[in-house]
Write a new protein. Structure first.
Length: 364
């Protein structure tokens, strides 16, 4: 069995620049027993993860206007004739490529990974499109029950092909000593609720001046660019709050996890339906107490192991943060709950994925 993983063209499978899709692919690859048989295809980068297994395509030949379609065709053409009937292609977050590849190469076994709301993605917005996908693929993997339920709206046939496969998180079974530190991690955007964090911190930073508050992120992955008026405004307001606040800009995922390991609280005040909630899961894996909104997959990820706020705003967030600051036993309890009950270990998720792969391979 050979496994070809196709990343979205805009995804940079590059060290220190990984986004949620690449992080998931990386974690699944590390623990897969089929590692020797996996090739990861994506846009060419200077410092790729897993150089032996990553195939970067610099300028795919322009058969189509779409860079994703051209990348997909270059990947398909690279497969040797002797491997055509024993290759599984795993497409990440580009549903419209399923039909394209199937129409040209009917002998490939295709699976689709959905990392975002399928009803907002090209190729899966309508029930008709999703039904067509299910006629072709062996599996659709969804990063949460929320995403799975969205995919299955108005779908009554082939439902068994759609499964939840949560994002796997690297887990170190070590609970680090905590600092009086509260952080926000993510894109500095309205959807991520960065302003809610800043407004809440503004109300408590001077009162609890022995605590530190960090704002981590930028307008764009991999750079410190603040390209929107919103981001500039949020960061400027945060920097004026006090000496116990720090805006770090963008930092790598590995560095973020290091900071999380010593943070007491991580805040995820999203105002959009998070497909999964990677930041929340990573924070719990590092023993930080998570306070989040209840939108999308966040409630599923955080559950009873953190604090989930309905109708989140800066006052509600402030109240929950203050409660944990003032009640140390409660803070420690939530930290331990998230850490001890962690259900998203990358080893376990990768094992599940390999079992699905084996089931498909037995059909070949």
């Amino acid at each position: 069995m050979n496994i070809n993983i196709l990343l979205p063209h805009k995804e940079l499978f590059e060290k220190n620049k990984l986004s949620s899709v690449s992080i998931t692919v990386k974690n699944n690859f590390i623990h897969s027993k089929f590692k020797k048989n996996i090739k990861i295809f994506g846009q060419k980068v200077e410092n790729p993860m897993f150089e032996k297994n990553f195939i970067g395509i610099k300028n795919p030949k322009l058969f189509y206007k779409s860079k994703n379609k051209n990348l997909a065709m270059e990947m398909c053409k690279s497969i040797k004739v002797k491997d055509l009937h024993k290759t599984i292609i795993e497409i990440h977050n580009r549903p419209f490529l399923i039909k394209l590849i199937h129409n040209k190469y009917k002998f490939f076994r295709l699976t689709l990974f959905i990392h975002n709301d399928p009803l907002e993605m090209k190729g899966s917005k309508t029930a008709l499109e999703r039904r067509e996908i299910l006629k072709i693929v062996d599996r659709v993997y969804c990063v949460s029950d929320y995403v799975k339920n969205r995919f299955l709206e108005c779908i009554h046939k082939d439902q068994e092909k759609v499964v939840t496969l949560h994002n796997g998180i690297s887990f170190k079974n070590k609970f680090y000593k905590k600092k009086k530190l509260i952080i926000f991690v993510g894109k500095i955007s309205y959807e991520k609720g960065a302003h809610i964090f800043v407004d809440a911190v503004n109300k408590i930073a001077n009162i609890y001046n022995n605590w530190e508050f960090k704002l981590i992120g930028s307008s764009q992955l991999g750079s410190n660019d603040l390209s929107t008026k919103y981001a500039k405004n949020v960061v400027n307001r945060f920097n004026r709050i006090g000496k116990n606040t720090e805006y770090t800009g963008f930092i790598s995922n590995e560095k973020v996890k290091e900071i999380m390991s010593h943070a007491s609280i991580v805040v995820v005040p999203s105002l959009w339906n998070e497909p999964f909630g990677l930041v929340a899961a990573e924070a719990m894996s590092r023993g930080a107490a998570v306070i989040s909104s209840n939108l999308g997959g966040l409630k599923e990820v955080v559950g009873h192991s953190g604090v989930v706020i309905d109708n989140i705003d800066d006052d509600n967030l402030k109240n929950e943060v203050v409660k944990l600051i003032q009640k140390k036993p409660l803070l420690k309890k939530i930290q331990k709950q998230g850490f001890n009950n962690f259900n998203f270990k990358s080893e376990d998720i990768s094992r599940k994925l390999d079992k699905f792969r084996e089931d498909i391979f037995h059909l070949l």
